[in-house]
Design a protein around this ligand. Structure first.
Ligand code: URA
Length: 234
């Protein structure tokens, strides 16, 4: 990215009109390299550290936006619902247009949730067998060697065929890290029920080459970096 005006950068990074970008700048919500900046014509480039509402923005892709959210419990992975809070309620309204959830988490699950305006990218990410997803699970019952073996060999999901884990790491008696490469409805929870166990909490740590940023508290978001976007191959 070559040097460009701050209002153009924001318009592209946040997919706003130029006038909406200028209004944001006037409202003192934009910081450039650690200082509030109120000049629409300030010159910025890929090395500039630009923050909006405290969150770092990545250099803009003129076509699409890509975000990660640390999803807290209690929010639906949907873009609208008439009765319940959705993950979009955690993002500024200026980002909502054309945003879609790239791989849902259940309402009570937490962790890495990806959102994008790029439908093809989202579709590639959700294709079974292409990209791994890593979950940290707290379970109601102690995890036995037989449970781990069953997950790795594949368990029968009620009326939904076979599902298997690519990897299972036991962190303590009731806590495991499980890797799968599909995203069927309630898949991990159902895989646990299938071996006689029960998920108490489920947290997504990673999808493809994208790890949940440890600097994001629940409810916080940031734009994806170019290499994170690129880790979802064609
Ligand atoms: N599997 C589940 O069961 N729930 C999630 O939220 C994600 C994967």
């Amino acid at each position: 990215m070559s040097t460009m005006r701050l209002d153009k950068y924001l318009a592209q990074a946040l997919r706003l009109s130029r006038s909406a970008a200028r209004a944001l700048i006037r409202s003192s919500q934009i910081e450039v390299d650690g200082q509030p900046c109120r000049y629409a014509d300030a010159s910025v480039d890929a090395a500039s550290l630009i923050r909006y509402q405290g969150q770092r923005l990545s250099a803009p892709d003129a076509a699409h936006g890509y975000w990660m959210l640390h999803k807290p419990t209690g929010y639906l992975s949907a873009t609208r619902d008439d009765h319940q809070a959705t993950v979009l309620d955690l993002l500024p309204v200026s980002l909502h247009a054309r945003l879609q959830v790239a791989g849902r988490l259940d309402k009570e699950s937490t962790g890495l949730l990806l959102l994008t305006t790029d439908g093809a990218w989202s579709h590639r990410l959700r294709r079974p067998g292409r990209h791994s997803k890593v979950y940290l699970l707290q379970l109601a019952e102690e995890v036995s060697a037989a449970m781990v073996q069953a997950w790795l060999q594949g368990v029968e999901l009620h009326a939904d065929g076979h599902a298997r884990a690519l990897g299972v790491e036991c962190l303590d008696q009731r806590c495991v890290r499980m890797t799968i490469d599909e995203g069927r409805y309630h898949q991990v929870r159902r895989m646990c029920v299938a071996v006689g166990n029960h998920v108490l909490s489920l947290h997504r740590e990673q999808v493809a080459g994208i790890c949940l940023d440890p600097g994001l508290a629940p409810g916080q978001w940031r734009a994806l970096r170019a290499e994170e976007v690129a880790s979802v191959d064609a």
